[in-house]
Design a protein around this ligand. Structure first.
Ligand code: XUL
Length: 588
Protein backbone atom coordinates (compact mmCIF):
# COMPACT_ATOMS: atom_id res chain seq x y z
CA UNK A 1 0.00 0.00 0.00
CA UNK A 2 3.05 2.23 0.40
CA UNK A 3 2.71 3.47 -3.15
CA UNK A 4 -1.08 3.88 -3.36
CA UNK A 5 -2.14 7.14 -4.96
CA UNK A 6 -3.15 10.07 -2.79
CA UNK A 7 -5.33 13.10 -3.50
CA UNK A 8 -4.74 16.52 -2.07
CA UNK A 9 -7.35 19.16 -1.26
CA UNK A 10 -6.58 22.73 -0.18
CA UNK A 11 -8.68 25.50 1.26
CA UNK A 12 -7.44 29.06 1.11
CA UNK A 13 -9.77 30.77 3.57
CA UNK A 14 -9.94 34.06 5.44
CA UNK A 15 -7.86 33.01 8.41
CA UNK A 16 -5.63 30.30 7.03
CA UNK A 17 -4.66 27.74 4.43
CA UNK A 18 -5.58 24.12 5.12
CA UNK A 19 -4.49 21.03 3.25
CA UNK A 20 -5.68 17.45 3.55
CA UNK A 21 -4.59 14.33 1.69
CA UNK A 22 -6.88 11.32 1.28
CA UNK A 23 -6.28 7.79 0.03
CA UNK A 24 -8.43 6.09 -2.65
CA UNK A 25 -10.79 4.91 0.14
CA UNK A 26 -11.28 8.62 0.88
CA UNK A 27 -9.69 8.27 4.33
CA UNK A 28 -7.67 11.31 5.41
CA UNK A 29 -3.98 10.35 5.70
CA UNK A 30 -2.29 13.69 6.40
CA UNK A 31 -3.25 17.26 7.20
CA UNK A 32 -1.43 20.56 7.59
CA UNK A 33 -2.58 24.06 8.42
CA UNK A 34 -1.21 27.56 8.18
CA UNK A 35 -2.82 30.21 10.36
CA UNK A 36 -2.18 33.66 8.95
CA UNK A 37 -2.19 35.49 12.28
CA UNK A 38 0.03 32.94 14.00
CA UNK A 39 2.39 32.18 11.10
CA UNK A 40 2.47 35.25 8.88
CA UNK A 41 1.80 38.15 11.24
CA UNK A 42 4.51 40.25 9.53
CA UNK A 43 1.83 41.09 6.94
CA UNK A 44 0.09 43.26 9.54
CA UNK A 45 -3.13 41.29 9.41
CA UNK A 46 -5.69 40.60 12.12
CA UNK A 47 -7.84 37.50 11.73
CA UNK A 48 -6.25 37.12 8.32
CA UNK A 49 -7.25 40.50 6.93
CA UNK A 50 -6.55 44.20 6.95
CA UNK A 51 -9.61 46.29 7.81
CA UNK A 52 -8.61 49.97 8.05
CA UNK A 53 -10.49 51.75 10.84
CA UNK A 54 -13.19 54.12 9.69
CA UNK A 55 -13.71 52.32 6.37
CA UNK A 56 -15.81 49.36 5.29
CA UNK A 57 -12.86 47.91 3.40
CA UNK A 58 -11.47 44.46 4.14
CA UNK A 59 -8.60 42.97 2.13
CA UNK A 60 -5.52 40.78 2.43
CA UNK A 61 -1.98 40.81 0.96
CA UNK A 62 -1.57 38.45 -2.00
CA UNK A 63 2.07 37.84 -1.00
CA UNK A 64 0.81 36.30 2.25
CA UNK A 65 -1.05 33.66 0.24
CA UNK A 66 2.13 32.84 -1.68
CA UNK A 67 4.06 32.36 1.55
CA UNK A 68 1.21 30.30 3.01
CA UNK A 69 1.24 27.89 0.08
CA UNK A 70 4.94 27.14 0.54
CA UNK A 71 4.48 26.78 4.29
CA UNK A 72 1.57 24.37 4.04
CA UNK A 73 3.34 22.12 1.50
CA UNK A 74 6.43 22.11 3.75
CA UNK A 75 4.25 21.15 6.73
CA UNK A 76 2.60 18.30 4.83
CA UNK A 77 6.09 16.93 4.23
CA UNK A 78 7.08 17.44 7.87
CA UNK A 79 3.90 15.63 8.87
CA UNK A 80 5.08 12.62 6.90
CA UNK A 81 3.29 12.98 3.56
CA UNK A 82 5.15 11.65 0.55
CA UNK A 83 4.14 14.37 -1.91
CA UNK A 84 5.43 12.17 -4.75
CA UNK A 85 2.35 9.94 -4.26
CA UNK A 86 -0.12 12.76 -4.83
CA UNK A 87 -1.81 12.04 -8.13
CA UNK A 88 -4.40 14.83 -8.18
CA UNK A 89 -4.91 18.20 -6.52
CA UNK A 90 -8.01 20.35 -6.22
CA UNK A 91 -9.36 22.70 -3.62
CA UNK A 92 -11.22 25.78 -2.63
CA UNK A 93 -10.81 29.47 -2.08
CA UNK A 94 -12.95 31.88 -0.10
CA UNK A 95 -15.52 33.15 -2.51
CA UNK A 96 -15.62 36.51 -4.30
CA UNK A 97 -12.01 37.65 -3.63
CA UNK A 98 -10.00 38.67 -6.68
CA UNK A 99 -6.33 38.73 -7.62
CA UNK A 100 -5.16 41.21 -10.27
CA UNK A 101 -2.32 39.82 -12.40
CA UNK A 102 0.09 42.00 -14.37
CA UNK A 103 1.18 41.51 -17.99
CA UNK A 104 4.41 39.95 -16.70
CA UNK A 105 2.61 37.30 -14.66
CA UNK A 106 2.43 34.54 -17.27
CA UNK A 107 6.13 34.67 -17.95
CA UNK A 108 7.03 34.86 -14.27
CA UNK A 109 4.83 31.84 -13.53
CA UNK A 110 6.29 29.88 -16.43
CA UNK A 111 9.87 30.61 -15.41
CA UNK A 112 9.68 30.08 -11.65
CA UNK A 113 13.06 29.09 -10.24
CA UNK A 114 12.69 26.27 -7.68
CA UNK A 115 15.64 27.64 -5.72
CA UNK A 116 13.67 30.75 -4.83
CA UNK A 117 10.37 31.35 -3.06
CA UNK A 118 7.12 32.13 -4.83
CA UNK A 119 6.85 35.43 -2.98
CA UNK A 120 10.27 36.69 -3.98
CA UNK A 121 9.64 35.89 -7.64
CA UNK A 122 5.99 36.90 -7.98
CA UNK A 123 5.38 39.72 -5.51
CA UNK A 124 4.99 42.46 -6.46
CA UNK A 125 5.87 42.09 -10.18
CA UNK A 126 3.18 39.56 -11.12
CA UNK A 127 0.39 41.70 -9.69
CA UNK A 128 -1.05 45.14 -10.43
CA UNK A 129 -2.47 45.40 -6.91
CA UNK A 130 -0.81 43.98 -3.84
CA UNK A 131 -4.12 43.14 -2.11
CA UNK A 132 -7.09 40.87 -2.72
CA UNK A 133 -10.50 42.19 -1.58
CA UNK A 134 -12.04 39.94 1.09
CA UNK A 135 -15.66 38.74 1.26
CA UNK A 136 -16.18 40.77 4.47
CA UNK A 137 -15.66 44.02 2.55
CA UNK A 138 -18.75 46.24 2.58
CA UNK A 139 -17.33 49.27 0.76
CA UNK A 140 -19.17 48.92 -2.56
CA UNK A 141 -22.59 50.33 -1.72
CA UNK A 142 -22.47 52.72 -4.68
CA UNK A 143 -21.32 50.03 -7.12
CA UNK A 144 -24.02 47.64 -5.88
CA UNK A 145 -26.62 50.32 -6.58
CA UNK A 146 -25.39 50.47 -10.18
CA UNK A 147 -25.44 46.68 -10.51
CA UNK A 148 -28.95 46.42 -9.10
CA UNK A 149 -30.36 48.87 -11.62
CA UNK A 150 -28.27 47.72 -14.59
CA UNK A 151 -30.78 45.05 -15.61
CA UNK A 152 -33.86 46.80 -14.23
CA UNK A 153 -33.80 45.85 -10.54
CA UNK A 154 -32.42 43.39 -7.99
CA UNK A 155 -35.03 40.79 -9.00
CA UNK A 156 -33.76 40.71 -12.59
CA UNK A 157 -30.14 40.69 -11.49
CA UNK A 158 -30.94 37.74 -9.20
CA UNK A 159 -32.80 35.97 -12.01
CA UNK A 160 -29.87 36.35 -14.41
CA UNK A 161 -26.82 36.00 -12.13
CA UNK A 162 -28.32 33.98 -9.24
CA UNK A 163 -27.94 36.86 -6.74
CA UNK A 164 -28.85 40.51 -6.32
CA UNK A 165 -25.85 42.81 -6.00
CA UNK A 166 -23.76 42.17 -2.90
CA UNK A 167 -20.90 44.26 -1.53
CA UNK A 168 -18.54 41.32 -1.56
CA UNK A 169 -19.34 40.03 -5.05
CA UNK A 170 -16.46 40.36 -7.49
CA UNK A 171 -18.28 42.44 -10.15
CA UNK A 172 -18.98 45.41 -7.84
CA UNK A 173 -15.48 44.98 -6.36
CA UNK A 174 -13.83 45.06 -9.82
CA UNK A 175 -15.90 48.14 -10.73
CA UNK A 176 -14.66 49.85 -7.56
CA UNK A 177 -11.08 48.81 -8.36
CA UNK A 178 -11.35 50.34 -11.85
CA UNK A 179 -12.71 53.59 -10.43
CA UNK A 180 -10.25 53.89 -7.52
CA UNK A 181 -7.16 52.50 -9.26
CA UNK A 182 -7.69 53.24 -12.99
CA UNK A 183 -4.03 52.78 -13.88
CA UNK A 184 -3.69 49.48 -12.09
CA UNK A 185 -6.94 48.29 -13.68
CA UNK A 186 -5.68 49.24 -17.13
CA UNK A 187 -2.40 47.42 -16.48
CA UNK A 188 -4.21 44.26 -15.31
CA UNK A 189 -3.79 41.43 -17.80
CA UNK A 190 -5.90 38.83 -16.00
CA UNK A 191 -8.24 38.66 -13.03
CA UNK A 192 -8.49 35.47 -10.98
CA UNK A 193 -10.82 34.46 -8.17
CA UNK A 194 -9.03 33.13 -5.07
CA UNK A 195 -9.85 29.59 -6.25
CA UNK A 196 -8.47 30.04 -9.77
CA UNK A 197 -5.47 31.98 -8.38
CA UNK A 198 -4.45 29.00 -6.27
CA UNK A 199 -4.98 26.59 -9.16
CA UNK A 200 -2.90 28.90 -11.39
CA UNK A 201 0.04 28.76 -8.99
CA UNK A 202 0.00 24.95 -9.11
CA UNK A 203 -0.24 24.96 -12.91
CA UNK A 204 2.39 27.61 -13.58
CA UNK A 205 0.01 29.54 -15.82
CA UNK A 206 -3.17 31.54 -15.29
CA UNK A 207 -6.17 29.25 -15.56
CA UNK A 208 -9.86 29.72 -16.19
CA UNK A 209 -12.41 30.77 -13.58
CA UNK A 210 -14.52 27.79 -12.48
CA UNK A 211 -18.24 28.05 -13.28
CA UNK A 212 -19.69 27.56 -9.79
CA UNK A 213 -17.34 30.11 -8.20
CA UNK A 214 -17.99 32.48 -11.14
CA UNK A 215 -21.59 32.73 -9.91
CA UNK A 216 -20.27 34.76 -6.96
CA UNK A 217 -19.35 37.66 -9.22
CA UNK A 218 -22.69 39.16 -10.36
CA UNK A 219 -21.20 38.97 -13.87
CA UNK A 220 -22.16 35.53 -15.16
CA UNK A 221 -25.47 34.88 -16.87
CA UNK A 222 -26.33 31.56 -15.24
CA UNK A 223 -28.96 30.79 -17.86
CA UNK A 224 -26.53 31.02 -20.80
CA UNK A 225 -23.36 30.35 -18.75
CA UNK A 226 -21.64 33.31 -20.41
CA UNK A 227 -20.43 36.68 -19.10
CA UNK A 228 -23.32 39.16 -19.28
CA UNK A 229 -22.54 42.00 -21.76
CA UNK A 230 -24.50 44.74 -19.91
CA UNK A 231 -22.83 43.84 -16.60
CA UNK A 232 -19.41 43.71 -18.28
CA UNK A 233 -20.11 47.12 -19.81
CA UNK A 234 -21.03 48.56 -16.41
CA UNK A 235 -17.88 47.12 -14.83
CA UNK A 236 -15.58 48.09 -17.69
CA UNK A 237 -17.05 51.60 -18.07
CA UNK A 238 -18.26 51.54 -21.69
CA UNK A 239 -19.49 48.99 -24.23
CA UNK A 240 -16.24 49.54 -26.13
CA UNK A 241 -14.27 48.40 -23.07
CA UNK A 242 -16.07 45.03 -22.87
CA UNK A 243 -13.48 43.08 -24.91
CA UNK A 244 -10.69 44.25 -22.65
CA UNK A 245 -12.57 43.09 -19.51
CA UNK A 246 -13.52 39.82 -21.20
CA UNK A 247 -9.83 39.23 -21.89
CA UNK A 248 -8.96 39.96 -18.25
CA UNK A 249 -11.59 37.50 -16.99
CA UNK A 250 -10.85 34.82 -19.59
CA UNK A 251 -13.36 32.07 -20.34
CA UNK A 252 -15.34 30.20 -17.68
CA UNK A 253 -14.56 26.51 -17.31
CA UNK A 254 -17.89 24.74 -17.63
CA UNK A 255 -16.94 21.06 -17.68
CA UNK A 256 -16.54 19.94 -14.05
CA UNK A 257 -14.77 16.74 -15.02
CA UNK A 258 -12.15 18.31 -17.30
CA UNK A 259 -8.72 18.52 -15.61
CA UNK A 260 -6.89 21.83 -15.84
CA UNK A 261 -3.44 20.42 -16.62
CA UNK A 262 -0.27 19.05 -15.04
CA UNK A 263 1.58 20.46 -12.10
CA UNK A 264 4.20 23.15 -12.67
CA UNK A 265 7.85 21.95 -12.54
CA UNK A 266 8.40 24.51 -9.78
CA UNK A 267 6.50 22.29 -7.34
CA UNK A 268 8.00 19.03 -8.53
CA UNK A 269 11.53 20.35 -8.02
CA UNK A 270 10.97 22.34 -4.87
CA UNK A 271 8.57 20.03 -2.98
CA UNK A 272 8.97 16.65 -4.64
CA UNK A 273 5.48 16.58 -6.14
CA UNK A 274 5.08 14.07 -8.95
CA UNK A 275 5.38 15.45 -12.52
CA UNK A 276 2.38 13.21 -13.36
CA UNK A 277 0.22 14.97 -10.76
CA UNK A 278 -2.88 16.55 -12.32
CA UNK A 279 -4.53 19.79 -11.23
CA UNK A 280 -8.34 19.69 -11.21
CA UNK A 281 -10.64 22.72 -11.06
CA UNK A 282 -10.66 24.58 -7.75
CA UNK A 283 -13.96 26.14 -6.66
CA UNK A 284 -15.31 28.44 -3.95
CA UNK A 285 -15.23 27.28 -0.34
CA UNK A 286 -18.99 26.87 -0.11
CA UNK A 287 -19.40 24.83 -3.31
CA UNK A 288 -16.41 22.74 -2.17
CA UNK A 289 -18.11 22.06 1.18
CA UNK A 290 -20.99 20.57 -0.78
CA UNK A 291 -18.52 18.01 -2.16
CA UNK A 292 -17.52 16.71 1.27
CA UNK A 293 -20.53 14.36 1.44
CA UNK A 294 -23.09 12.84 -0.92
CA UNK A 295 -25.75 15.44 -0.07
CA UNK A 296 -29.20 14.26 -1.15
CA UNK A 297 -31.16 17.00 -2.88
CA UNK A 298 -33.69 17.34 -0.07
CA UNK A 299 -31.04 17.62 2.65
CA UNK A 300 -29.47 20.78 4.03
CA UNK A 301 -25.89 21.43 5.10
CA UNK A 302 -25.18 24.20 7.59
CA UNK A 303 -21.60 25.31 7.96
CA UNK A 304 -21.06 27.02 11.31
CA UNK A 305 -17.75 28.82 10.76
CA UNK A 306 -16.76 32.51 10.89
CA UNK A 307 -19.61 33.06 8.47
CA UNK A 308 -22.59 30.74 8.83
CA UNK A 309 -23.81 29.30 5.56
CA UNK A 310 -26.86 27.21 4.72
CA UNK A 311 -26.41 25.07 1.61
CA UNK A 312 -28.64 22.80 -0.41
CA UNK A 313 -28.23 21.07 -3.72
CA UNK A 314 -31.27 21.53 -5.94
CA UNK A 315 -32.35 20.73 -9.50
CA UNK A 316 -34.58 23.84 -9.51
CA UNK A 317 -33.40 27.28 -10.58
CA UNK A 318 -35.77 29.48 -8.57
CA UNK A 319 -33.76 32.66 -7.99
CA UNK A 320 -34.75 35.39 -5.53
CA UNK A 321 -32.97 38.52 -4.23
CA UNK A 322 -33.09 37.05 -0.70
CA UNK A 323 -30.65 34.24 -1.41
CA UNK A 324 -28.00 32.93 -3.78
CA UNK A 325 -28.10 30.28 -6.45
CA UNK A 326 -24.84 29.02 -7.92
CA UNK A 327 -24.17 26.40 -10.54
CA UNK A 328 -23.39 23.13 -8.77
CA UNK A 329 -19.60 22.53 -8.83
CA UNK A 330 -19.77 18.95 -10.10
CA UNK A 331 -23.32 18.09 -11.15
CA UNK A 332 -24.38 19.51 -14.52
CA UNK A 333 -27.86 21.08 -14.44
CA UNK A 334 -27.95 21.20 -10.65
CA UNK A 335 -27.62 24.30 -8.48
CA UNK A 336 -26.38 25.21 -5.05
CA UNK A 337 -28.79 27.21 -2.90
CA UNK A 338 -26.98 29.34 -0.34
CA UNK A 339 -27.67 31.73 2.48
CA UNK A 340 -24.58 33.45 3.86
CA UNK A 341 -24.65 35.13 7.26
CA UNK A 342 -21.82 37.37 8.34
CA UNK A 343 -22.81 37.29 12.01
CA UNK A 344 -23.09 33.56 12.67
CA UNK A 345 -20.36 32.56 15.11
CA UNK A 346 -19.42 36.12 16.02
CA UNK A 347 -22.88 36.91 17.27
CA UNK A 348 -23.29 33.66 19.20
CA UNK A 349 -19.95 34.19 20.89
CA UNK A 350 -20.89 37.77 21.86
CA UNK A 351 -24.01 36.49 23.67
CA UNK A 352 -22.02 33.68 25.27
CA UNK A 353 -19.38 36.12 26.48
CA UNK A 354 -22.01 38.46 27.93
CA UNK A 355 -23.59 35.57 29.85
CA UNK A 356 -20.19 34.37 31.09
CA UNK A 357 -19.22 37.89 32.11
CA UNK A 358 -22.41 38.20 34.17
CA UNK A 359 -22.30 34.78 35.77
CA UNK A 360 -18.52 34.47 36.00
CA UNK A 361 -18.65 30.78 35.12
CA UNK A 362 -15.74 30.93 32.72
CA UNK A 363 -13.42 31.97 35.55
CA UNK A 364 -14.47 28.88 37.52
CA UNK A 365 -13.04 26.68 34.78
CA UNK A 366 -16.32 25.44 33.31
CA UNK A 367 -16.74 24.74 29.62
CA UNK A 368 -17.00 28.08 27.88
CA UNK A 369 -20.50 27.24 26.54
CA UNK A 370 -21.90 25.73 29.78
CA UNK A 371 -23.64 28.84 31.09
CA UNK A 372 -25.05 29.54 27.63
CA UNK A 373 -26.49 26.02 27.50
CA UNK A 374 -28.04 26.39 30.97
CA UNK A 375 -29.61 29.71 29.99
CA UNK A 376 -31.02 28.05 26.86
CA UNK A 377 -32.43 25.07 28.74
CA UNK A 378 -34.13 27.32 31.27
CA UNK A 379 -36.41 28.78 28.58
CA UNK A 380 -39.30 27.33 26.60
CA UNK A 381 -39.34 27.69 22.79
CA UNK A 382 -39.59 31.38 21.87
CA UNK A 383 -39.41 32.21 25.58
CA UNK A 384 -43.18 31.74 25.80
CA UNK A 385 -44.89 31.45 29.14
CA UNK A 386 -47.35 28.56 29.55
CA UNK A 387 -50.43 29.13 27.38
CA UNK A 388 -49.12 32.46 26.06
CA UNK A 389 -49.04 33.63 22.46
CA UNK A 390 -46.28 36.14 23.12
CA UNK A 391 -42.86 35.23 21.68
CA UNK A 392 -39.45 36.67 22.31
CA UNK A 393 -37.79 37.51 19.02
CA UNK A 394 -34.36 39.03 18.63
CA UNK A 395 -31.78 39.96 16.01
CA UNK A 396 -28.14 40.12 17.05
CA UNK A 397 -25.80 41.66 14.48
CA UNK A 398 -22.42 42.80 15.87
CA UNK A 399 -21.50 43.59 12.24
CA UNK A 400 -23.71 44.75 9.36
CA UNK A 401 -25.56 41.66 8.18
CA UNK A 402 -25.91 40.21 4.68
CA UNK A 403 -29.16 38.30 5.33
CA UNK A 404 -31.14 40.50 5.68
CA UNK A 405 -29.10 43.48 4.54
CA UNK A 406 -29.28 45.30 7.87
CA UNK A 407 -26.94 47.57 9.83
CA UNK A 408 -25.10 46.44 12.96
CA UNK A 409 -27.25 46.42 16.06
CA UNK A 410 -29.41 44.38 18.41
CA UNK A 411 -33.19 44.28 18.32
CA UNK A 412 -35.36 42.56 20.93
CA UNK A 413 -39.14 42.50 20.72
CA UNK A 414 -42.12 40.73 22.26
CA UNK A 415 -44.37 39.58 19.44
CA UNK A 416 -48.01 38.88 20.16
CA UNK A 417 -49.18 36.35 17.62
CA UNK A 418 -52.85 36.90 18.29
CA UNK A 419 -52.70 40.65 17.49
CA UNK A 420 -49.53 40.86 15.36
CA UNK A 421 -48.33 43.56 17.80
CA UNK A 422 -44.62 44.03 18.48
CA UNK A 423 -43.25 45.71 21.63
CA UNK A 424 -39.63 46.84 21.99
CA UNK A 425 -37.83 45.31 24.94
CA UNK A 426 -35.86 47.72 27.14
CA UNK A 427 -32.30 46.74 28.00
CA UNK A 428 -33.07 46.51 31.69
CA UNK A 429 -36.10 45.91 33.84
CA UNK A 430 -38.19 43.86 31.40
CA UNK A 431 -39.83 41.03 33.36
CA UNK A 432 -40.39 39.02 30.16
CA UNK A 433 -36.79 39.24 28.92
CA UNK A 434 -33.74 39.20 31.12
CA UNK A 435 -30.66 40.34 29.20
CA UNK A 436 -28.33 38.57 28.47
CA UNK A 437 -29.58 35.16 29.73
CA UNK A 438 -32.71 35.07 27.58
CA UNK A 439 -30.61 36.08 24.57
CA UNK A 440 -29.13 32.54 24.45
CA UNK A 441 -32.29 30.89 23.17
CA UNK A 442 -33.34 33.98 21.22
CA UNK A 443 -30.15 34.18 19.14
CA UNK A 444 -30.18 30.51 18.13
CA UNK A 445 -33.88 30.58 17.27
CA UNK A 446 -33.37 33.79 15.34
CA UNK A 447 -30.54 32.33 13.23
CA UNK A 448 -32.52 29.20 12.32
CA UNK A 449 -35.80 31.07 11.79
CA UNK A 450 -34.01 33.21 9.21
CA UNK A 451 -32.93 30.04 7.38
CA UNK A 452 -36.40 28.47 7.57
CA UNK A 453 -37.99 31.65 6.24
CA UNK A 454 -35.76 31.83 3.19
CA UNK A 455 -35.27 28.18 2.36
CA UNK A 456 -39.01 27.53 2.11
CA UNK A 457 -38.90 27.66 -1.68
CA UNK A 458 -36.37 24.80 -1.74
CA UNK A 459 -38.22 22.40 0.55
CA UNK A 460 -39.84 19.24 -0.73
CA UNK A 461 -42.72 17.14 0.64
CA UNK A 462 -41.59 14.48 3.11
CA UNK A 463 -43.00 11.29 4.52
CA UNK A 464 -42.44 9.86 7.97
CA UNK A 465 -39.45 7.46 7.74
CA UNK A 466 -41.23 5.21 10.29
CA UNK A 467 -44.49 5.21 8.33
CA UNK A 468 -44.12 6.10 4.62
CA UNK A 469 -47.90 6.45 4.31
CA UNK A 470 -47.78 9.42 6.69
CA UNK A 471 -47.17 12.79 5.00
CA UNK A 472 -45.07 15.37 6.84
CA UNK A 473 -44.72 19.10 6.12
CA UNK A 474 -42.21 20.28 3.48
CA UNK A 475 -38.79 20.34 5.16
CA UNK A 476 -35.28 18.89 4.74
CA UNK A 477 -34.75 15.13 4.76
CA UNK A 478 -31.65 15.55 6.88
CA UNK A 479 -29.97 18.57 8.41
CA UNK A 480 -26.16 18.21 8.50
CA UNK A 481 -24.14 20.53 10.72
CA UNK A 482 -20.44 21.11 10.15
CA UNK A 483 -17.85 23.44 11.72
CA UNK A 484 -17.19 24.59 15.30
CA UNK A 485 -20.83 25.27 16.27
CA UNK A 486 -21.84 21.71 15.34
CA UNK A 487 -20.37 20.51 18.67
CA UNK A 488 -22.94 22.48 20.65
CA UNK A 489 -25.96 20.52 21.93
CA UNK A 490 -27.89 23.77 22.15
CA UNK A 491 -27.38 24.44 18.45
CA UNK A 492 -28.22 20.87 17.45
CA UNK A 493 -31.49 21.01 19.41
CA UNK A 494 -32.70 24.33 18.07
CA UNK A 495 -31.66 23.47 14.50
CA UNK A 496 -33.94 20.42 14.60
CA UNK A 497 -36.79 22.21 16.35
CA UNK A 498 -36.86 25.10 13.90
CA UNK A 499 -35.71 23.55 10.61
CA UNK A 500 -37.00 20.01 11.11
CA UNK A 501 -35.29 17.19 9.24
CA UNK A 502 -37.45 14.06 9.05
CA UNK A 503 -34.41 11.78 9.27
CA UNK A 504 -32.73 13.83 11.98
CA UNK A 505 -29.86 16.25 12.57
CA UNK A 506 -26.39 14.93 11.74
CA UNK A 507 -22.95 16.18 12.61
CA UNK A 508 -20.45 15.87 9.80
CA UNK A 509 -17.32 14.48 11.49
CA UNK A 510 -14.68 15.86 9.16
CA UNK A 511 -12.95 18.21 11.57
CA UNK A 512 -12.68 21.82 10.54
CA UNK A 513 -11.65 20.87 7.03
CA UNK A 514 -14.87 20.24 5.09
CA UNK A 515 -13.96 22.34 2.05
CA UNK A 516 -10.38 21.06 1.82
CA UNK A 517 -11.82 17.55 2.07
CA UNK A 518 -14.37 18.36 -0.66
CA UNK A 519 -11.39 19.44 -2.79
CA UNK A 520 -9.54 16.19 -2.10
CA UNK A 521 -12.65 14.18 -3.06
CA UNK A 522 -13.00 16.17 -6.23
CA UNK A 523 -9.37 15.44 -7.15
CA UNK A 524 -9.94 11.74 -6.43
CA UNK A 525 -13.10 11.74 -8.58
CA UNK A 526 -11.25 13.58 -11.34
CA UNK A 527 -8.62 10.82 -11.40
CA UNK A 528 -10.71 7.76 -10.61
CA UNK A 529 -14.27 8.68 -11.53
CA UNK A 530 -14.04 7.06 -14.95
CA UNK A 531 -16.96 9.11 -16.29
CA UNK A 532 -19.32 8.31 -13.39
CA UNK A 533 -21.25 11.31 -11.99
CA UNK A 534 -19.68 12.81 -8.85
CA UNK A 535 -22.64 12.10 -6.54
CA UNK A 536 -22.98 8.44 -7.54
CA UNK A 537 -19.24 7.98 -7.36
CA UNK A 538 -19.03 9.49 -3.87
CA UNK A 539 -22.10 7.62 -2.62
CA UNK A 540 -20.42 4.38 -3.61
CA UNK A 541 -17.34 5.16 -1.49
CA UNK A 542 -18.60 7.22 1.42
CA UNK A 543 -18.85 5.20 4.61
CA UNK A 544 -21.38 7.22 6.48
CA UNK A 545 -20.65 5.85 9.95
CA UNK A 546 -17.08 7.12 9.65
CA UNK A 547 -18.01 10.63 8.58
CA UNK A 548 -21.40 11.52 10.07
CA UNK A 549 -23.21 10.91 13.34
CA UNK A 550 -26.86 11.43 14.14
CA UNK A 551 -26.92 13.96 16.96
CA UNK A 552 -30.53 15.15 17.08
CA UNK A 553 -33.98 13.84 16.28
CA UNK A 554 -34.81 16.73 13.95
CA UNK A 555 -38.51 17.13 13.16
CA UNK A 556 -40.70 17.51 16.24
CA UNK A 557 -44.40 17.47 15.46
CA UNK A 558 -45.25 19.79 18.35
CA UNK A 559 -42.54 22.39 17.95
CA UNK A 560 -42.54 22.56 14.14
CA UNK A 561 -45.84 24.46 13.79
CA UNK A 562 -44.98 26.82 16.69
CA UNK A 563 -41.93 28.08 14.79
CA UNK A 564 -43.88 28.12 11.52
CA UNK A 565 -46.56 30.38 13.01
CA UNK A 566 -44.04 32.92 14.29
CA UNK A 567 -42.34 33.42 10.89
CA UNK A 568 -44.62 36.34 10.03
CA UNK A 569 -43.58 38.16 13.17
CA UNK A 570 -39.95 37.35 12.49
CA UNK A 571 -40.26 38.86 9.01
CA UNK A 572 -41.70 42.00 10.60
CA UNK A 573 -38.77 42.23 13.01
CA UNK A 574 -36.30 41.91 10.13
CA UNK A 575 -38.10 44.68 8.24
CA UNK A 576 -37.71 46.84 11.35
CA UNK A 577 -33.93 46.21 11.39
CA UNK A 578 -33.52 46.78 7.65
CA UNK A 579 -35.52 50.02 7.95
CA UNK A 580 -32.73 51.46 10.05
CA UNK A 581 -30.85 52.14 6.82
CA UNK A 582 -27.28 53.16 7.47
CA UNK A 583 -27.83 54.38 11.01
CA UNK A 584 -26.47 51.95 13.57
CA UNK A 585 -29.09 50.94 16.03
CA UNK A 586 -27.89 51.77 19.52
CA UNK A 587 -25.95 48.68 20.54
CA UNK A 588 -27.83 47.19 23.44
C1 XUL B 1 -20.06 33.33 0.65
C2 XUL B 1 -19.12 34.12 1.45
C3 XUL B 1 -18.36 33.46 2.54
C4 XUL B 1 -16.97 33.20 2.09
C5 XUL B 1 -16.20 32.66 3.29
O1 XUL B 1 -20.79 34.09 -0.24
O2 XUL B 1 -18.94 35.28 1.22
O3 XUL B 1 -18.97 32.27 2.96
O4 XUL B 1 -16.97 32.33 1.00
O5 XUL B 1 -14.95 32.27 2.95
Amino acid sequence: MASEALYLGLDLSTQGLKAIAVNPALQPVCEANVNFDADLSHHGIHKGVIAPAGTDEVFAPVAMYLEALELVLGRLKENGLDLGRVKGISGAGMQHGTVFWSAKAEQLLAELDPEKTLAEQLAPAAFTHEFAPNWQDASTEEECGAFNIALGGPETLARVTGSRAHHRFSGPQILKFRKHHPEAYAATARISLISSFLASLFLGHITTIEASDACGMNLLNILTRTWHPALLSLTAGTPAAIPSLTAKLGPVSLDPSAPLGSISPYFTHRFGLNPACTIHPFTGDNPATLLALPLAQSSALISLGTSTTFLMSTPHYVPHPDYHLFLHPTVPDAYMFMLCYKNGALAREAVRDAINAKTGTEAEGEDVWAAFQRAMDAEKPLGRAEGSNVSRLGLFFPRPEIVPQAPAGTWRVLYDESTGGMTDVPLEGCPEWSVPEADARAILESQFLSMRLRARAMMTPQTDPADPAKKLPDQPGRVYLVGGGARSDAIVGVAGDVLGGVEGVYRLEVGGNACALGGAYRAAWGEEGGGEGFEEWLKGRWEEHKFAAKVGKGYDAERWPVYGDVLRGFEGLEAKAVGFGDVNHAAR
